[in-house]
Design a protein around this ligand. Structure first.
Ligand code: GLY
Ligand code: MN
Length: 461
């Protein structure tokens, strides 16, 4: 946990953004896995973590904007709990660690909310995303669960985005800790990528590295020799020479800050000519996009720069043709690079996504496109100092997509379909880093994970 004044200051900053009423944060509950007492690993809600720090189930926090007081609601353990879980600090002691003086049992939460509602006071809450929280909120506020979404507080959402998007020095240190463990996860996976190994042997090993050194993985491990499927969680393939293996993984620190890194390596450790050609295009795109990161630059422009670089590289390889900028403008690159360049990273691996993607990533100046490929860009607006973004270009040969485009002769002025045909067995390549927007540019966070062809071949020797 950070020191108590970090949490007090965060709540103070939040208070400054809103004018009246109560802000209600429900912490997460335990979620059953296959029967009530056998639960998934507990993960606290990120907003609750950010403002109230405590990492235990069944807690609620209230910031009373009119009284200027903060409250934590939760029940102290009883003897039965002590027998199964051991002695636990009281809620009062826990609350003191995050600078909260006022505590009450959970039954007090019902009364507090009822009193506020009776007085017609505004209750601000952020969008819930778990079934348990949706039911809890619905009961507390007497709002049917299907109507919760339209009753969330836009002012609160905007304030949370404003505060959480800008990472301070201790938060950046946490993210770097998570990247340093990702270094071990990735370099281990690279060394294991030998013909005959089954993907799950590697996926399981790196998940263990996360748990042993940090927290859990920050999202289910994406590891596959079928990297043309963007989020491939199937780990049953046996590695064979000639395939590239995509490793997209990261972990959470104890405080829940994440890493999210992707590397792609040739099974067996040596790039063939075709693999090297495509790899260098993705690598050059990754480097060019990182270099363009700077406060004031719309992320959408960096995405377009990446799209142009991918088109340029594929034109050089004879896979595409024409003018790179024009090809990218028309969306011809989306046959090979159909996703967005990146997303914010922090307490959530897609940071703040639960608040609403468009509210985080777009504004009046930069609107989300509806076009194929461009629509997947999660974040388009101008970068600001303190933002942490992933930069993750990729090139994929998705046979099903190629067949459809080819049948329609889609954007044929930019695509050499005959050459593309010969790449249908290629798979995909993605290279992803976590980048801090500094006062005048960028900083690639964490320990350098082998990335060039030479570095990867060296570590896989
Ligand atoms: N690393 C998975 C993603 O960014 O969606
Ligand atoms: Mn990512």
């Amino acid at each position: 946990m950070f020191s108590s004044n970090v949490y007090s200051n965060r709540r103070k900053s939040l208070r400054a953004e809103l004018s009246g009423g109560l802000i209600l944060f429900l912490g997460n509950q335990e979620v059953p896995f296959n029967y009530p007492a056998n639960t998934y690993s507990f993960r606290q809600d990120s907003n609750f973590s950010y403002f109230f720090g405590l990492d235990h189930p069944d807690l609620a926090g209230i910031i009373d904007l009119d009284e200027g007081r903060d409250y934590i609601f939760g029940n102290d353990v009883d003897l039965d709990d002590i027998i199964w879980m051991g002695v636990q600090p009281t809620i009062k002691d826990r609350a003191a660690k995050v600078g909260v003086e006022h505590t009450a049992p959970l039954t007090g939460l019902n009364e507090t909310i009822k009193n506020a509602l009776d007085k017609g006071r505004k209750i601000h809450f952020a969008p819930p995303y778990r079934g348990e929280t949706i039911l809890w909120l619905s009961d507390l506020l007497a709002i049917p669960h299907l109507e919760l979404k339209e009753n969330t507080s836009l002012l609160l959402i905007q304030a949370i985005i404003k505060l959480r998007m800008k990472k301070d020095v201790p938060e950046i240190a946490e993210i770097e800790k998570a990247i340093d463990v990702a270094w071990l996860m990735h370099t281990t996976a690279m060394k294991m990528a030998r013909p005959g190994v089954v993907e799950r042997e590697i996926a399981g090993t790196i998940e263990g590295i996360a748990s042993a050194n940090c927290g859990p993985v920050s999202f289910p491990v994406i590891l596959s020799i079928n990297g043309q499927t963007l989020h491939n969680h199937y780990h049953g393939n046996t590695l064979v020479e000639g395939r590239m293996m995509v490793i997209d993984t990261g972990c959470e620190t104890e405080l829940h800050y994440s890493s999210d890194i992707t590397r792609t390596v040739p099974v067996g450790g040596k790039f063939n000519v075709r693999q090297k050609g495509i790899y260098e295009v993705v690598l050059n795109t990754n480097l060019a996009a990182i270099k363009a990161v700077k406060p004031g630059v719309p992320f959408k422009d960096i995405h377009m720069l990446a799209a142009t670089e991918i088109a340029r590289g594929l034109i050089n390889l004879g896979i595409m043709k024409g003018d790179p900028a024009e090809a990218a403008q028309k969306g011809a690159h989306t046959l090979f690079f159909p996703h967005g360049l990146g997303h914010p990273l922090g307490l959530d691996v897609h940071d703040l996504e639960g608040m609403g993607e468009n509210l985080i990533g777009y504004d009046e100046e930069v609107q989300r496109s509806k076009e194929f490929g461009f629509a997947f860009l999660r974040f388009g607006r101008k970068l600001q100092e303190g933002f942490v973004m992933t930069i993750e270009p990729g090139i994929y040969f998705i046979p099903e997509l190629i067949d459809i485009w080819k049948a329609e002769n889609k954007l044929a002025e930019f695509i050499n379909y005959d050459v593309v045909e010969t790449y249908k067995d290629f798979g995909g390549i993605r290279i992803e880093d976590d980048v801090l927007v500094t006062g005048d540019g960028y900083c690639v966070l964490g320990r350098h994970i082998p990335k060039t062809v030479e570095e990867i071949e060296e570590i896989m020797k």
